[in-house]
Design a protein around this ligand. Sequence first.
Ligand code: MN
Length: 229
Amino acid sequence: MSLSFPAPAPVLAAMTNGEQFPVRRVFCVGRNYADHAREMGSDPDREPPFFFTAWAEAVVPSGTTIAYPQATNDYQFEVELVVAIGKGGRDIAAAEALKHVHAYGVGLDMTRRDLQGAAKKTGRPWDTGKNVEQSKPLGDMRPAEGFDPGRGAINLTVNGETKQTGDLGDQIWPVADVIAHLSGLWRLEPGDLIYTGTPAGVGPVVPGDVLAARIEGLPGLDIVIGDPA
Ligand code: MN
């Protein structure tokens, strides 16, 4: 057998215990904090969780300088709790869901907000807004055991100035419910990542900005915005 071209290397996410977590797919939850749903102009009380996806290769580690992407003038940050699936399954019951989690980490769901906004207006898919090269940074992850995803401060600073603050306890759909809903749509597999939504305070970045994303009890995620791609 000869490959047509060299196969891409697997995307590996670092863990605090020395493991490398092979990333398979990336799922993201939309509007999972009421205050962010409101700032995006929707009603947080009436919508079940919904999902969009991104390529595994959009995941980059803490310490990366990510290029400001093409085709946007409004590239925005969203700090999020990331859930790493270690045991697959479909139609997982919420009561069993956390047993499928291998690790937790701090992520950023970077978004071309102008393209996302245009897609919303016309009822088109969100891919151009959300699925962007280097747009899903992920800090080192810690093993799931002993971490409670239902509480803990989540925040983000840009150049030392606080932009987003919240608490994991404010999630409309807690992690177990997110896994239950998501596994009713796709069979989850080991290596899948779930970005679980962002609190209020999202905003734009410019080249040179330094982003520090933090969740209580998890390793931090530090990213620099580089020059345009
Ligand atoms: Mn998001």
